[in-house]
Ligand binder design. Structure first.
Ligand code: GLU
Length: 302
C-alpha cells in the first residue's frame, strides 16, 4: 500500500521550517490517499528527549500517522542484509580514506567536485590488508553510472551526480543514504516529501533503490525556511520552535498555513486548499517575533 512519510533525526528540536516540511509531507500523502508514516532516524546524533519533543510537536500541530513509529536503530539487520545483497553482486568495496585524503585527492576526469574520487575502488588485496591494519574501513558502493534522473513534484525532472556513496561508515554505523532507501522500500513509501537540502541526495538514493530491486519513490523537495539574513533557519534565530512561539501567543499551524497560502485551522481543513502544483518554490523567510516579554524566558539566545 502506498505511503508518504516524515523522517526526523532526533538531534534537537524541530523549528517552524521543519514543522512546515512535516505538514507538507502529511498534505501530500493525505491528499493522494496515501498512508502517512513516522520514522525516527536515530542512527546518528541522538539528543536525549528530542524524539519525544519532536513527536509532541507534530501531534500538537494536528498531524497524525499510521501504524507504529519505526526507529532506524532497531533495524540494523535489514541494513546489513542490504549490504550483503550488494556485496554478493560485487558492488561493495572497503574504503580507508580519511576526510582529508578525499578532500586533497586530485579529482578524476569524470568526477564532479565533492564526489568520491574512487581512491580505494581498485586496491589490490595486498594494499587492502596493509591499509586495514591502519584504520577500520568504511564500505562504499561500486557504482556504474555518473548520474541519475529523478522525478520531483517541485523540480520536475532532476538529474544529479551519483558517486560511490558510503554504505557503512567506518565506525560500523549504516550510512544515511543506505538506511533511507532500505526503509522507504520496506515500508512501502512511494512518495518522499522533504526539505530541498536533500534534493542532490535523491539521484544517489533512487539509483541505490534500483540496484536493490526497488522502484524509486516519487519526490517532492520543498523549499526550506530561511532567517532574516537569508541563511537556513536555525534554533539560534530565536523563537522558532512550537513551544517558544506558542508561549508568545503564536499559532504555529496558522503561521505555516499562511506561508503556504492555505486556509483552515486544522491540517484536515487545509487539505481542501492544498494544491501541490501551486507550492511556492522560493524559500520561506521567517522572522521570529521579538521577545515581547522576558517573563520566564532565559534570554533571546535560544
Ligand atoms: N532524517 C533526515 C533529516 O532529518 C531526513 C531524511 C529524509 O527525509 O530522507 O534531515
Amino acid at each position: 500500500m502506498s505511503a508518504g512519510r516524515f523522517a526526523p533525526s532526533p538531534s534537537g528540536d524541530l523549528h517552524v521550517g521543519n514543522l512546515r516540511t512535516a505538514l507538507l509531507a502529511w498534505l501530500f500523502a493525505r491528499s493522494t490517499g496515501r498512508r502517512f508514516l513516522m520514522r525516527v532516524e536515530d542512527l546518528d546524533r541522538v539528543r536525549p528527549g528530542a524524539e519525544q519533543q519532536q513527536l509532541d510537536d507534530l501531534r500538537a500541530l494536528g498531524l497524525d500517522w499510521d501504524g507504529e513509529i519505526v526507529r532506524q536503530s532497531e533495524r540494523q539487520s535489514m541494513y546489513a542484509d542490504a549490504i550483503d545483497l550488494l556485496a554478493a553482486a560485487g558492488r561493495v568495496y572497503p574504503c580507508f580514506c580519511t576526510r582529508r585524503e578525499i578532500r586533497d585527492a586530485p579529482s578524476a576526469p569524470h568526477t564532479p567536485p565533492g564526489s568520491y574520487p574512487g581512491t580505494c575502488r581498485d586496491l589490490t588485496d595486498a594494499e587492502r590488508s596493509t591499509r586495514s591494519a591502519e584504520r577500520p574501513a568504511a564500505l562504499r558502493l561500486r557504482t556504474d553510472v555518473d548520474q541519475w534522473t529523478i522525478t520531483d513534484a517541485v523540480y520536475g525532472s532532476f538529474t544529479g551526480t551519483v558517486d560511490d556513496v558510503v554504505l557503512r561508515r567506518n565506525d560500523g554505523v549504516p550510512a544515511y543514504n543506505l538506511a533511507v532507501v532500505v526503509d522507504d522500500a520496506a515500508q512501502g513509501v512511494d512518495q518522499v516529501v522533504r526539505g530541498d537540502d536533500l534534493l542532490t541526495s535523491a539521484p544517489r538514493q533512487a539509483y541505490l533503490a534500483t540496484l536493490l530491486g526497488h522502484e524509486p519513490p516519487t519526490y517532492a523537495h520543498v523549499a526550506l525556511a530561511l532567517n532574516a539574513s537569508g541563511q537556513r533557519l536555525a534554533k539560534r534565530d530565536g523563537a522558532v520552535t512550537r513551544t517558544r512561539l506558542e508561549a508568545r501567543g503564536v499559532s504555529v499551524l496558522a503561521l505555516i498555513a499562511d506561508s503556504l497560502g492555505l486556509v483552515g485551522t486544522t491540517p484536515a481543513e487545509l487539505l481542501s486548499t492544498f494544491d501541490p502544483d501551486r507550492l511556492p518554490r522560493e524559500p520561506w523567510t521567517f522572522i521570529p517575533p521579538a521577545q515581547l516579554s522576558r517573563r520566564g524566558a532565559r534570554g533571546s539566545g535560544g
